[in-house]
Ligand binder design. Structure first.
Ligand code: SF4
Length: 441
């Protein structure tokens, strides 16, 4: 009987995609997916260290594996950013952990499991590997409509609050030929939306084609038959070029949505964060983008309570948020992360109560902005790529507009994966509701 694996994934889109790659590698090695951890011979916990208490979540998860696996002890592998950060310390502290596989060594997991079973244990690999190629056709995609395709691994920017350069290593570009081949395969398998992934996705420069920057890569992906929509995450404001704006404007499959992380509206805080852009640079960029594409939806990330953030700095963030009018936002209270420059050099000196009151005010402000933007859509028709059954009602489907807003509407399951037009009848702060107007393609 084939051995079974179960993968638990925490964190960002990149981690979700790494789990798809791991699943493909394990299938290739003769494993089968289990529906629950207590059925598995191998449990993989793919960790994230961006959010607070990532290690606590890992230990909770490990405890549950121990409880569930009565009678049969699965091999437990920890992968991802916490694995990369903690290395062999995880073997000592987490008695349930058998293997620790860093972010750059994922492809070695099946080999390390086999070695462990043959008593030749190499239990930790957190080495850097420069090769970012991935075996063609192995990724096991979990979403039938959208396909993530990695174009860059790692980051060289070392923003003061961020662990990524320490956990995912220095920036490495994937060859454009390999990216386009993967996009072709995904499109031929029915994936209609391609999501290009990289820590600074718009810093792309193809190692196999000197003339291919991010804008040129968008053009190459745009040419692939079967691709209906193209998205990308996450760009950095300082790498948004005139060519990139021009490509977004000219290529109809590129969604009119741009996630543009600002982090703070105060130039002083941005300097301490080492973001390499000012408030003024950012607002000027937003104006350039909106001049080229007036209908573009913008979203962002904001950290409140970064070391040294004053009440005035926070007011600057609030005023920037109101000025830009984002369609959505991820916001976080600052907390220290292991190894980062901020943890080493800047005291975490904003009171916890101030962080809480600021994030509440920020989120309430953003909620009001979203309510207003969504209300403007009522009575209009929008294009929706249907990607799932609605979370609220089984009789409803859900999808996203090009601007990335969720739309729920009554329809039959046969429309899953289709592009449709929906007339918006109602709106809330986090989604729209509507009725089917027309099928597009
Ligand atoms: S650009 Fe900054 S925030 Fe983004 S991954 Fe790199 S270091 Fe982290």
């Amino acid at each position: 009987m084939p051995r079974k694996y179960f993968i638990e994934t925490f964190g960002c889109q990149m981690n979700v995609h790494d789990s798809e790659r791991l699943a493909g590698l394990l299938d290739q090695a003769g494993y089968e997916a289990a529906v629950a951890p207590n059925e598995a011979d191998l449990v993989v916990i793919n960790t994230c260290s961006v959010r607070e208490r990532a290690e606590d979540r890992l230990y909770t998860e490990l405890g549950q594996v121990a409880e569930n696996a009565s009678g049969r002890r699965p091999i437990v592998a920890v992968t991802g950013c916490v694995a990369q950060q903690e290395g062999s310390a995880l073997l000592r502290r987490g008695r349930r952990v058998d293997l620790v596989v860093g972010t750059q060594a994922l492809a070695r997991l099946p080999e390390m499991v086999a070695d462990l079973e043959h008593s030749r244990p190499e239990r930790v690999d957190i080495n850097p590997y420069d090769n970012v190629s991935f075996p063609f056709g192995v990724t096991k995609r979990s979403d039938p409509v959208k396909a993530s395709v990695t174009i860059i691994e790692g980051c060289n920017d070392f923003c003061a609050f961020c662990v990524v350069p320490y956990t995912r290593g220095h920036e490495r570009m994937r060859p454009s030929g390999e990216i386009v081949d993967e996009v072709r395969l995904a499109a031929s398998q029915g994936h209609r939306e391609i999501q290009l992934l990289g820590q600074i996705v718009n810093h792309y420069a193809a190692p196999d084609r000197p003339d291919c920057d991010f804008a040129a890569l968008l053009e190459l992906v745009h040419e692939v038959p079967g691709v209906e929509r193209i998205r990308f995450a996450s760009p950095h404001p300082r790498h948004v070029t005139t060519r990139m704006i021009g490509a977004m404007q000219a290529l109809p499959k590129v969604c009119r949505h741009l996630h543009l992380p600002v982090q703070s509206g105060s130039t002083d805080v941005l300097a301490r964060m080492r973001r390499r852009h000012t408030r003024e640079d950012y607002l000027a960029l937003v104006e350039r983008i909106r001049t080229a594409m007036p209908d573009i939806a913008l979203s962002t990330d904001v950290i409140v309570g970064f070391p040294g953030e004053t009440a005035q700095d926070f007011e600057d963030t609030l005023s920037l948020v109101k000025t830009v009018g984002y369609h959505s936002m991820f916001s976080f209270k600052y907390s220290e992360r292991p190894n980062t420059l901020a943890t080493q050099r800047l005291p975490d000196d904003v009171l916890a109560a101030d962080k809480t009151s600021r994030i509440v005010e920020l989120q309430n402000t953003q909620k009001g902005i979203q309510e207003g933007l969504h209300r403007q859509q009522v009575g209009h028709e929008v294009e929706v790529l249907v990607d799932s059954t609605s979370r609220r009602r089984e009789s409803e489907l859900a999808g996203r507009t090009p601007g990335n807003t969720v739309v729920n509407f009554e329809a039959t399951q046969s429309l899953l994966g289709q592009l449709v037009r929906v007339r918006i009848t109602d709106s809330g702060p986090y989604s729209l509701r509507g009725e089917l107007a027309q099928r597009v393609g």
